[in-house]
Design a protein around this ligand. Structure first.
Ligand SMILES: Cc1cc2nc3c(=O)[nH]c(=O)nc-3n(C[C@H](O)[C@H](O)[C@H](O)COP(=O)(O)OP(=O)(O)OC[C@H]3O[C@@H](n4cnc5c(N)ncnc54)[C@H](O)[C@@H]3O)c2cc1C
Length: 498
């Protein structure tokens, strides 16, 4: 019997461990609902619901090929031991996982159990990540990513001979309930949805992608929205790259050089994001404690002791008094997704204007983001906090962001209907509205909508200066320099930055 352990790889195409296990013998396809993962503070009900839909889709795909997805609940080494005692097996097949601390700890226990029982754990790399890279040079993993993404996805097996367990597997127990509620506007999981999104994106949307990603008005429809599917391995980077290359080579595109060039430029822009993703994975591989520790140890103690729970609560609830921040938070509550610029703005407001240490905001956002991916997430936290070492923190001016990305206040009014009747002149700074105007539009600041928690310009100035002082003391930079307008991480000109 060959055990294929599905984790963040809920698919059958481009799944080398499954294909190889099928060639080796009868297969037990296994997914384990792990208390250590589900009850952890970075997991939420919307993750659980998304995963459920992906498991249903995986289960249907396996059934079409003659196999069954067996779902168990419990700690992995204990369940493997029970299965092994009923029917010893020689191989455990899975992908390598570059996940959170809980999954890292669990993997160590599984490795130890495999050694004790003489089981060979055959882990295939994924996401172009090089495990065990000691020097961590960028060239190494970029070369690996290039090789990985230019190779053909592994075909799905046609037929799977299922393993029969005698007498019975450990009895399934009631599914564990994660914290919180599912989100009404959440994207639906499953392979069919991932393929639909990819096809639509590559056919019609990618050409406008570089211009669409910054404003929350255009990003919702203009981004690929593939992130939760990538996070749970419903689709792979290699499959996305293949779909893009096919599009570039299609007769419709190849016959029009101007269009082909535009498409190639847009694809490069998109591919940059996929390579950032791979870079963050590679970072996480060598820094498994990234979710707890400041990347640069000398930055420890910068914010930790000053955590203000009341400020944190207002921020979480979308009640900071800054409409762009609050609107983005409300959208996140409803959908589980906001675009990268809004993620950066919401986060930088918490870390810099509100001076909150990144750990609690990170956990809150992890539960909120349906696409939560520890490697990307914690790197982003630390880059914005200025604790990553290189360079300064990232800070966004929430008023400027609103003026540039939502000039007519459409996004703000959509997610903060209470501000619907506020005149355009005050929509991004409602606290400046004279009392007469408040009465006229029926919105009293401090009652219907909060007064600002802080003076954002002054708070950001202080944050910049404290981060700069700490970085200078740590020898990370020579002298305090203001964040200058320049090339933003999302490729746009950072005119909205301080
Ligand atoms: C504070 C903060 C936290 C973030 N946390 C996460 C997270 O937990 N999970 C997550 O998938 N992304 C995260 N991102 C990155 C990015 O915002 C999301 O990947 C993107 O918004 C997802 O939407 P999309 O799939 O439509 O992206 P697209 O714009 O269509 O991009 C395609 C894919 O490229 C990758 N990608 C895009 N932007 C980035 C980036 N900046 N860094 C690394 N990879 C990127 C993602 O896999 C994404 O699915 C975070 C960004 C910030 C600023």
């Amino acid at each position: 019997m060959e055990i294929v352990w599905f984790k963040h790889d809920l698919r059958i195409r481009d799944h080398a461990p499954l294909t190889e296990a099928v060639a080796a013998g009868p297969v037990l396809a296994l997914f384990i609902h792990e208390p250590e993962i589900i009850l952890a503070p970075d997991f939420s009900a919307s993750h659980g619901a998304f995963i459920r839909e992906c498991l249903d889709s995986l289960s249907a795909a396996l059934q079409e090929r003659g196999a069954e997805l067996v779902e168990l609940t419990g700690s992995v080494p204990g369940l493997l031991e029970k299965i092994w005692l009923q029917q010893p097996f020689a191989n455990l097949w899975s992908h390598e996982e570059t996940g959170n601390w809980a999954s890292y700890q669990r993997d160590k226990l599984v490795a130890s159990w495999c050694r004790q029982r003489g089981v060979r754990w055959r882990q295939a790399p994924q996401n172009g990540v090089l495990r065990g890279l000691t020097t961590r040079t960028k060239q190494d993993w970029l070369a690996e990513l290039e090789v990985y993404s230019s190779s053909e996805p592994v075909k799905a097996p046609r037929n799977i001979v299922p393993a029969r367990l005698d007498p019975m597997l450990p009895a399934p127990v009631a599914p564990l309930q994660a914290a919180g509620h599912d989100k009404p506007g959440r994207i639906k999981g499953g392979r069919a949805e991932a393929i639909r999104l990819l096809t639509e994106f590559v056919r019609t949307k990618i050409i406008r992608y570089p211009q669409s990603i910054s404003s929350p008005l255009t990003a919702e429809d203009g981004c690929s929205r593939l992130s939760p599917f990538l996070a749970h391995g419903v689709i792979t980077v290699r499959e996305i790259v293949l779909a893009m290359n096919r599009r570039v080579g299609s007769p419709e595109i190849a016959s029009n050089k101007y269009r082909q060039e535009r498409l190639i430029n847009a694809l490069r822009f998109f591919a940059d994001r996929l390579s950032w993703r791979a870079g963050y994975f590679q970072n996480m591989e060598s820094m498994p404690r990234l979710e707890f520790d400041n990347i640069h140890p000398a930055m420890s103690g910068l914010r930790e002791e000053e955590f203000d729970p009341a400020r944190f609560a207002h921020w979480k609830n979308g009640e900071t008094g800054y409409p762009m921040v609050d609107a983005a938070m409300k959208m996140l509550h409803h959908t589980g997704w906001i675009n990268m610029r809004m993620r950066g703005m919401v986060l930088s407001f918490a870390l810099n204007e509100l001076w909150l240490h990144w750990r609690e905001p990170a956990l809150f956002l992890a539960r909120e983001f349906v696409d939560y991916e520890p490697a990307i997430h914690y790197n982003q936290m630390q880059i914005h906090a200025g604790t990553a070492g290189a360079g300064s923190m990232l800070a966004y001016n929430p008023v400027k962001q609103a003026q540039e990305l939502d000039p007519e206040g459409v996004f703000v009014r959509r997610w903060l209907p209470v501000l619907q009747a506020v005149p355009d002149a005050y929509i991004f700074e409602p606290w400046t509205m004279p009392l007469a105007a408040q009465t006229a539009c029926g919105v009293t600041i401090g009652i219907d909508y909060p007064v600002p928690l802080v003076d954002h310009l002054e708070a950001a100035r202080q944050a910049r200066s404290r981060v700069a002082d700490a970085q200078i003391a740590a020898g990370i930079r020579q002298r305090a320099v203001r964040n200058k307008a320049g090339q933003n991480r999302d490729g746009a000109n950072q005119a909205g930055l301080f």
